[in-house]
Design a protein around this ligand. Structure first.
Ligand code: C2G
Length: 450
């Protein structure tokens, strides 16, 4: 009996897949098909897969071509499978020509002609396409533009840069993004907007976008006022639009697994959550009016630093103390801000700074051990669980491409497509972030360093 094996994602099963599987079947007497797991696909850069692993397994099984269907979960598994199942022939489409020659050491390798003119990524883009308009006053927006290239079904309609800001945005060298003369012009040519401007401009822009029926992905904080926050969320709900903050870390695989492992009780009961985010900026030379055009430490880093605290401890803290060092009391630009929270049965703290430098780690203290993400924790692909007995320590690595931004864009797109925000940031966390910023700017719970 000649045993054949082949592998694939098999997302949105189409004729190209079926042709390949039939030809693979004809190479021998017994065909095993390995369908890739979601983690394995993400690790190898396939972030747009629409169907779950089980949907894809069932779809392949339903063809009745494969004798066995297995799951491919890790790099190198093909060798294990060839040995485990006594495979005679490994086959795959010609788009992989040469890539799997190394398997020739264990079995015959045959590349079958790929069916031209059809692919899962084309099907995804045809099934759903969202034109994303970028409203920006800083270069960070270019990261979002570049990351959108990895998201099937998302195209950049162009950018609007609110005056007096003067910014040219490009999607890579020499590939300028279309510039709209007005926000209304951008909204007319977009289905959704990404808002990357200073928070005091957010309310007007988000309101205009929602009233024009556009979905909104906003760099946090959403706004600096709880009443405005609620108004915008209400408006989005009434118009059945997606409105969410883009905290990229929330979508990174390593960070999400870290949160779930800590929540699973692996380190015991959580006693404290402590985060630090700093990025030393050249502020000494800036005049107050220039500082007003920059994001302060709490504005720029606060939503990120607060995320794990509100995700792990909830948002019903009993009290907080904000200790801050201002570069200028008029524009309330903070060089360094520390916030201590008292929760019913835990404590938490954040330290954020654009005018100071510190160790940018995340530590979750537990009664049995602690969770640790080294700096820069907000772009993490790695974390540890540490215990009194070091031999129990566990280390985890999950590939992260693009700092989590492309995964954030995939989630935003999926939420728009599904007509729900279950893939978005929890609204209570968004509200709690707004409240912290509001209290800071209103001087509530604030102590000022001299
Ligand atoms: N295929 C094809 N013609 C197409 C599209 C895909 O012949 N128009 C083949 C691919 O070459 C592959 C199989 O169908 O052999 C599954 O394709 P995908 O689901 O895109 O998965 P891919 O990532 O290409 O799988 O480790 C090997 C990879 O898993 C191969």
């Amino acid at each position: 009996m000649t045993k054949v094996i082949t592998y694939g994602t098999y997302d949105m099963l189409h004729q190209g897949h079926i042709n390949l599987l039939k030809r693979a079947r004809d190479l021998g007497d017994h065909l095993i098909v390995g369908v890739t797991s979601e983690d394995f696909d993400k690790a190898r850069g396939k972030i747009n897969v629409r169907q779950s692993l089980m949907e894809r397994v069932e779809a392949v099984k339903s063809l009745g071509i494969a004798d066995e269907v297995i799951v491919e979960e890790y790099a190198g598994q093909k060798i294990d499978d060839i040995l485990r199942y006594g495979i005679d022939i490994f086959t795959v489409g010609s788009d992989w020509e040469g890539y799997f020659d190394y398997l020739g050491k264990w079995c015959r390798v045959i590349y079958l002609d790929r069916t031209e003119g059809i692919s899962s990524s084309e099907l995804r883009s045809e099934s759903y396409n969202v034109r994303l308009g970028i409203v920006a006053d800083n270069q960070y927006a270019e990261k979002i533009i570049r990351e959108s290239n990895y998201v099937n079904g998302l195209t950049i309609s162009g950018a609007y840069v609110p005056p007096p800001c003067n910014l040219a945005l490009a999607n890579g060298p020499g590939n300028a993004v279309h510039s709209f003369e007005s926000l209304s012009d951008l909204l007319e040519h977009s289905d959704a907007v990404s808002v990357v401007v200073k928070p005091h401009l957010h309310y007007q822009i988000i309101r205009a976008a929602l009233e024009a029926g556009k979905h909104v992905l906003c760099e946090p904080p959403l706004v600096l006022d709880s009443i405005q926050d609620e108004q915008l969320r209400q408006l989005a709900q009434e118009k059945e639009l997606v409105l969410t903050e883009g905290i990229k870390t929330a979508y990174s695989t390593a960070y999400r697994r870290f949160i779930r492992l800590v929540q699973s009780g692996r380190i015991g009961k959580i006693i404290s959550v402590d985060t630090t985010c700093t990025s030393k900026a050249d502020l000494e030379s800036k005049k107050p009016e220039e500082l007003e055009n920059l994001w302060g430490s709490l504005c720029g880093w606060g939503p990120m630093a607060l995320l794990p605290i509100f995700q792990l401890l909830g948002t019903n803290y009993k009290r907080k103390t904000i200790i801050t060092s201002l570069a200028d009391s008029d524009v309330k630009f903070d060089l360094f801000t520390k916030i201590d929270f008292l929760f019913p049965s835990a404590t938490a703290s954040i330290k954020v700074a654009k005018g100071a430098k510190s160790e940018g780690g995340l530590v979750v203290t537990g009664t049995e051990g602690y969770g640790y993400i080294p700096a820069p924790w907000w772009k993490t692909d790695y974390f540890e669980l540490r215990f009194e007995n070091p031999s129990e320590n566990q280390r985890f690595f999950y590939q992260l491409d693009g700092e989590g931004i492309r995964l954030e864009l995939v989630s935003f797109l999926r939420s728009i497509e599904a007509g729900s925000r279950e893939l978005c940031l929890d609204e209570d966390i968004g509200r709690a972030i707004t409240e912290v910023l509001q209290d800071f700017y209103q001087g509530k719970d604030v102590e000022y360093l001299a």
